[in-house]
Structure formats: structure tokens, C-alpha cells
Design a protein around this ligand. Structure first.
Ligand SMILES: Cc1ncc(COP(=O)(O)O)c(C=O)c1O
Length: 358
């Protein structure tokens, strides 16, 4: 019988609950409004010839580099941040190497690292999901070849200071330090200016969240030009599809759309957190477009009750340190109103009281 590599056999299948996602989607941290109308118009004007041709990434890479204030050699467009992670693992990890991840965090770091036969070392975040800098530094070894940090982190919304991440990169020159800024727009602070300056530091960005283009699959990997040249060797020249490349310039140009959306989310994040406080639910202040909330033992019923009201939210109970927690995506004003109304009803229905939520 044909057998997959042992490393692959040892991976737990990651099956995000993608089926039956009808309703208000507050479960995957997507943009709840949809992309810029200018992007949609560009999509509608796509012609058959564009699809017949293999996509050309380079000219758009140049535009993106300009947009970010980087040299084109310091930028690689990828099929979402997921592919950026995959390519880094392919480029740098040998079987038996160590990949360090601070948990809870985004699942794909561990999956792609394990697929290379690397040993994934999970380091628990500190109190209130604080970045465990001391523990991480203590765990570094010559075998450490990848350290992945989402900033802001998913599912907690917690952030790590730039200085901490730079110090980490300098303390582990033998390792890739990936700073995943998928939620950058909702936080506003970046390490992009350090990409290319600190040789082992890579920064990833996505168009899946603030830009509302998760379905197009497009992301950015930025880093030192010589290192990125290595990563390019394992990337398909056609990794980003022609449609995504065709509309990306519009997405970059319509800054007003993204700024307006982000401003709305930041305002609504505060409103949601105020409401959670009012409902006496434990939550963690977030710098992303979602909030992690502890609802307690009734977490699965909570998700079901919300679903009955047409709202999808994500159960994060199984994540380390997230017992009894759910994650709520923050969207537009209208969507927030819907969420808050349902939240009040469900809290009453399930009789969620502070003493039963621990
Ligand atoms: C921290 C983080 N990184 C990356 C991604 C995936 O990004 P993309 O859609 O660009 O692959 C997600 C999606 O949820 C995420 O939370």
C-alpha cells in the first residue's frame, strides 16, 4: 500500500468548520462587508484572455513593494499567508529541526513545520496570553530553525512589542523568525521596516482580512532579499492566480475603502468589549478584528444558540488556555448590532452567570 511520509502521517488533520456557513459569518475573522467596489468592478471586467495566460507575478510584486516602501527583491506574493508559512518551512526546515510556536496560535505554523519532519515545540503564553519572551529565549537551541509569531495573535488578539520580536530575531540568527501580521490593519504597528534589515526576520501580510479578499488567496512575504531569493526557488512561478494579480492594484489604490472598514471595526471592537463587560463575560482586549470570550462550560451550546440565530462564531475551547472560550469576529455596524442582540439573548437563554463561566 502506498504510504504517505511518516511526518505527514503524524499530522492531525486540521478541519476548520467550513461546511454550511450560511448566515452572518463571524467565525473566520473575515471582512463581513465584502471587498472594495472598485475591486469588484475590476473582477467583473476580467476577460477570457487573462485566464488563458499564465499569471505574471513580477509587475504586481513591484507595485506591492512600492506600496510597502520596500525593494521588489524584498517582497514575494504568495497564495495567502498560508503559502508564505509553507514556503518558509520548505526552505529552512530539515527533519529533526525545531520549530517554536507560542500557543494558543494559528494552526498552520505547526502543520507545515510538522510536514517537514520538524519537531514543533509549543510554548504556552503567559498570564492573559502575554508573550512568553523569557521562556522562549530559554528554549532556543542550535536546532531552533523557525519561530512563528502572529502579531496580533489569533485567537487571543494579544500583541507583542516590536522590540521583543527584534530581540528574539537577533537572539536566534540560525532561525527564521516569522512575524505574521495578518491582522496588521486593525493594530497599526508593523515590523515591515525591519524586513531586509534583520536577515532572519520575515513579515507576512494578507489581503484576506481587512481587504475582504480571502477567497482570492493572496498574501505577502517580506524579508531580506538574499533570503527571499532562496524562498523563491521553492515557490511555483504561478503560485498567485491571474485574477488576484489583476485586481490587486485596485485593492491597493482604494485606500479609502480599507481605512473606512478598519475604522469601523476598531470602533465596533470597543463597543463589543464594552458590551461583554456589561454582560460580565470574561474577554481579552483585542488588537485584531475579533475578540476571545470565555462563556464557560456551555461553549458548544453557545455556538449552537448563536447558529440558530443565524450567526456563526468559533468555538476555541480546545486551544491551550482557552477552555470555555469562543471567538467572535467584529464587523460592520449593522453586523455588530446583530451580534450584540443575539449575545444578550443567548446569555439569558443559557443563564450564563459569572460564577458558572470559570
Ligand atoms: C494569524 C493568521 N495568519 C494567517 C491566516 C491566513 O491568512 P491567508 O488567508 O492569507 O492564508 C490567518 C487566518 O485566519 C491567521 O489568523
Amino acid at each position: 500500500m502506498l504510504k504517505a511520509r511518516e511526518a505527514v502521517q503524524n499530522i492531525h488533520a486540521y478541519r476548520p468548520p467550513l461546511a454550511g456557513r450560511t448566515g452572518l459569518r463571524l467565525d473566520f475573522n473575515e471582512n463581513t462587508e465584502g471587498c472594495s467596489p472598485r475591486v469588484l468592478a475590476a473582477l467583473r471586467s476580467v476577460e477570457a484572455e487573462l485566464l488563458a495566460r499564465y499569471p505574471e507575478r513580477e509587475p504586481v510584486e513591484k507595485l506591492v513593494a512600492e506600496f510597502l516602501g520596500l525593494d521588489p527583491a524584498e517582497v514575494l506574493l504568495t497564495n495567502g499567508v498560508d503559502e508564505s508559512i509553507h514556503l518558509l518551512c520548505e526552505t529552512y526546515l530539515n527533519p529533526g529541526d525545531e520549530a517554536l510556536v507560542v500557543v494558543p496560535t494559528f494552526a498552520m505554523y505547526a502543520i507545515f513545520a510538522k510536514a517537514e519532519g520538524a519537531n514543533v515545540v509549543e510554548i504556552r503564553s503567559g498570564e492573559n496570553f502575554a508573550f512568553p519572551q523569557r521562556e522562549l529565549l530559554a528554549r532556543l537551541s542550535p536546532r531552533t530553525r523557525l519561530i512563528a509569531v502572529a502579531n496580533p495573535n489569533n485567537p487571543t488578539g494579544a500583541i507583542t512589542e516590536s522590540e521583543t520580536l527584534i530581540q528574539l530575531a537577533k537572539s536566534a540568527p540560525q532561525a527564521v523568525v516569522l512575524v505574521d501580521e495578518a491582522y496588521f490593519e486593525f493594530h497599526g504597528k508593523t515590523l515591515l521596516d525591519q524586513a531586509g534589515k534583520v536577515e532572519n526576520l520575515f513579515v507576512a501580510r494578507t489581503f484576506s482580512k481587512a481587504y475582504g479578499l480571502a477567497g482570492l488567496r493572496i498574501g505577502i512575504l517580506a524579508g531580506d532579499a538574499r533570503q527571499l531569493a532562496m524562498v523563491r526557488r521553492v515557490a511555483s512561478p504561478y503560485n498567485v492566480n491571474a485574477v488576484a494579480l489583476a485586481v490587486l492594484p485596485e485593492a491597493l489604490q482604494d485606500r479609502e475603502y480599507v481605512e473606512r472598514y478598519v475604522e469601523q471595526v476598531i470602533r465596533n471592537r470597543k463597543r463589543l468589549q464594552d458590551e461583554l463587560q456589561h454582560l460580565e463575560l470574561q474577554f481579552w482586549p483585542s488588537r485584531a478584528n475579533f475578540v476571545l470570550v470565555r462563556v464557560g462550560e456551555a461553549h458548544a451550546e453557545f455556538v449552537q444558540s448563536m447558529r440558530r440565530r443565524g450567526i456563526l462564531v468559533r468555538d476555541r475551547h480546545s486551544d491551550p488556555g482557552c477552555e470555555g472560550c469562543v471567538r467572535l469576529t467584529v464587523g460592520t455596524d449593522e453586523h455588530l448590532e446583530t451580534l450584540i442582540t443575539a449575545l444578550r439573548e443567548v446569555v439569558a437563554e443559557l443563564r450564563l452567570r459569572p460564577e458558572v463561566r470559570a
